[in-house]
Design a protein around this ligand. Structure first.
Ligand code: GLA
Length: 395
């Protein structure tokens, strides 16, 4: 990955980069659409990466940002009379341009007081783009880590995640929660992270040795910037206001039954999912700690049903994948403990917990059946829980 980023840098700038950094994508095992309401989630950083390399800007007053795999690059330039802060130039990049994520992070690092050297940047990644595995967060966190390397500063992990989240809010226009950025910063090898967004904490939970994690990409794409995600975030906020609570986390499981009388139907469904999903996350973390992968798998399937039926963010292709893996045979026979859509939804990926001996079979079944039922191919990855972002020496 670093090598591809280096090559892109060399082609664009004609020199060798000086600093390097890598940051992982993530897969969320359980707990979706809970982070922006102060809830719980259980993601793990995965061994799919974004690499960023940089070197002092070649031309005064111009900063280049290029990518090996995201299409055309961008140049940051300043007009006469501007003060020369990064934000001024980033604001002129076209809306929806991928470089807003990278340059936005540099601008937010600068706004947070980290002296950001004017550097040309190249990125390359193996996280499939826009598939729900946090390709954006990996890009953001890789650039933030590159800034740390170049400026010789160390941001505190939570601060770094927040800077990246702010970049996504301000410069990409997506009002995301904090899960993806925290996971990419704080990932721990061999562990999932139990995240509590009321406190913004992440507690490592060891992944049992007898479970393999598979991710399958439906190939269906719908960007978060298109508005559906933002509307859901707003609905959850309206539900919070209507209930008169500080955060949806305060709504107890026992209150969920009667919630319909207190809220309009659409909002009640949002709240029911969020409250029950938080409970499922707690139970899944406890099950993993106890090595009870069967229970964990059952909770994953319940989570999928809730995201499909209550929350309404799944789609036919994701439902088909989950069905192919979990219908019929028991977990004991098929070795598939559970599966669910993962991330924001509307396409993207599913995640499955599978016995290591059953991986090959499950992958073959999924690939064949998915093509037959949905008429398209799916990419399947076996992923491993990996460490978080780090600086990389360019030797
Ligand atoms: C996206 C957002 C996250 C989170 C998930 C859904 O990945 O970036 O903050 O809200 O969707 O769980």
């Amino acid at each position: 990955m670093l090598e591809r980023a280096r090559r892109a840098y060399r082609e664009a700038c004609g020199t060798e980069p000086v600093w390097g950094a890598v940051a992982p994508g993530r897969v969320n095992l359980i707990g979706d659409h809970t982070d922006y309401t102060g809830g719980l989630a259980l993601p793990m950083a995965v061994d799919l990466w974004c690499a960023a390399v940089g070197g002092p800007a070649r031309e005064a007053g111009r900063v280049r940002i290029v990518s090996a795999d995201r299409g055309e690059g961008a140049v940051l330039e300043w007009a006469e009379g501007e003060s020369g802060v990064l934000g001024e130039a980033v604001g002129r990049l076209p809306r929806g341009h991928w470089a807003r994520y990278a340059a936005g992070v540099m601008a937010e690092c600068e706004a947070a007081g980290a002296g950001v050297p004017r550097m040309d940047v190249a990125v390359a990644g193996s996280v499939p783009i826009g598939s729900g595995l946090s390709s954006s967060a990996a890009l953001e966190v890789a650039v933030a880590t590159l800034v740390e390397e170049a400026a010789g500063v160390r941001l505190r992990p939570l601060e770094k995640a927040r800077v990246c989240q702010r970049a996504e809010h301000v410069w990409a226009g997506v009002k995301c929660g904090l899960m993806d950025q925290m996971c990419s910063v704080m990932g721990r090898e061999g562990h999932a992270l139990l995240m509590d967004f009321a406190e913004a904490t992440a507690m490592p939970v060891a992944m049992p040795a007898d479970v393999a994690v598979i991710v399958a990409d439906s190939g269906v794409r719908r960007g978060l910037g298109e508005g559906a995600y933002g509307r859901i975030v707003e609905e959850c906020e309206r539900a919070r206001e209507a209930l008169g609570v500080g955060s949806l986390r305060e709504v107890r499981v026992e209150e969920v039954e009667g919630i319909e009388g207190r809220l309009e139907r659409g909002l009640a469904r949002r709240v029911r999912h969020v409250v029950m999903e938080n409970r499922r996350v707690e139970e899944a973390a406890a099950a993993l700690r106890a090595g009870d992968v069967v229970r964990c798998g059952t909770l994953m399937v319940r989570s999928h049903e809730s995201l499909r039926d209550e929350f309404g963010v799944s789609c036919g292709e994701l439902d088909a994948m989950v069905e192919i893996l979990t219908d019929g045979a028991s977990a004991g026979e098929s070795g598939v403990y559970g599966a669910r859509m993962t991330g924001a939804g509307f396409g993207g990926c599913i995640v499955a917990a599978v016995a290591p001996w059953a991986v090959e079979d499950a992958v073959a079944r999924l690939t064949d059946e998915y093509r037959r039922r949905c008429g398209r191919a799916c990419d399947v990855y076996r992923v491993r829980a990996s460490g978080g972002a780090r600086g990389a020496r360019l030797g």
